[in-house]
Design a protein around this ligand. Structure first.
Ligand SMILES: CC(C)(COP(=O)(O)OP(=O)(O)OC[C@H]1O[C@@H](n2cnc3c(N)ncnc32)[C@H](O)[C@@H]1OP(=O)(O)O)[C@@H](O)C(=O)NCCC(=O)NCCS
Length: 267
């Protein structure tokens, strides 16, 4: 059992917080946390001042809600990964800032955190993947739904289209969603997003499933780089996580007691 230092919100506490943010928890494991809209409290004291201002500038209510859910999920994931208490004061010190590319970057008490993250939100649900800093990491959350032939021919390679053509009718929607999600995750790991042609990433998957419900996938970028990843389905929701090195299947993060205290204080 890992020893947890007592949290003190004074300057000594934040010195410890900075030290903890430079520690590596477990080399080349990838961690994940999912949250839903109902988990996000109505107050915003868990945002930093600049995040609160940013949130208010977002013009559309849906984008604001997605953004808040993404930040809530990412801050809790980072707090859990760094073994920090998920209290509003601490969460407000963990900032998720967009790089020029749009990729999320973590700052802890105004300094770069020693952690890589990737974020996705869809339909009132968000996922955050976390790994040690320096890992090129991507994650994506999709609903399994039918997609047109035009979608397939526009965004998929000839090999991927052939793979889909061999799938049975009931498997088609899931396979197309899986390939699409793995492409999005890989394009996030490349920090480009959809600025690149999605056909420069070719995805292959195996049907085997590990004990935690994750199955392996691989994506090859056109420059030869291989991204190793995992996918997992529950109901009609499919998520993928990829990294630039092989990893074990993603490890679930747990929200710490501090956060539960917070939620019950706000109730
Ligand atoms: C990254 C991208 C593929 C995500 O697509 P999506 O399915 O709509 O959204 P998801 O919920 O899965 O992911 C959104 C998150 O991806 C992350 N992201 C955005 N750009 C990213 C990039 N270049 N690299 C890695 N991650 C990125 C952000 O954290 C974003 O959430 P946030 O804005 O709330 O912080 C897409 O937004 C994109 O390609 N963006 C870059 C290109 C661009 O800006 N185009 C705009 C018009 S040309």
């Amino acid at each position: 059992m890992q020893e947890r230092k007592k949290w003190n919100p004074g300057s000594e506490g934040f010195r410890w917080l900075k030290q903890r943010s430079h520690e590596r928890v477990c080399p080349m494991n990838v961690y994940w946390l999912e949250q839903v809209q109902g988990d996000v409290p109505s107050g915003n004291d868990w945002l930093s001042a600049s995040e609160a201002a940013c949130q208010q500038r977002l013009p559309f209510a849906k984008r604001r809600a997605d953004w808040m859910l993404g930040r809530w999920t990412a801050k809790h994931a980072v707090a859990s990964y760094l073994n920090l208490p998920a209290r509003p004061l601490v969460l407000a010190k963990i900032e998720i800032r967009p790089a020029a590319s749009g990729a999320p970057e973590v700052f802890v008490d105004e300094r770069p955190g020693a952690v890589s993250i990737s974020l996705s939100h869809r339909d009132g649900r968000a996922i955050c993947a976390v790994a040690q800093s320096g890992v090129d990491l991507g994650c994506d959350l999709e609903l399994i739904e039918p997609r047109s032939d035009a979608f397939l021919s526009d965004y998929f390679t000839a090999e991927e289209q052939a793979l889909v053509a061999r799938a049975t009718a009931p498997d088609r929607a899931r396979l197309v969603t899986l390939l699409w999600s793995a492409k999005e995750s890989t394009l996030k790991a490349l920090h480009t997003g959809l600025r690149l042609d999605t056909r420069c990433v070719m995805v292959s998957s195996e049907s085997s499933c590990d004990l935690n419900g994750w199955s392996p996938i691989q994506a090859r970028y056109s420059d030869g780089r291989i991204f190793h990843g995992w996918w997992r389905q529950t109901n009609n929701i499919l998520r993928t996580v990829v990294a630039d090195s092989p990893t074990d299947s993603p490890v679930p993060l747990r929200i710490t007691a501090g956060s539960t205290d917070y939620i019950s204080q706000c109730a």
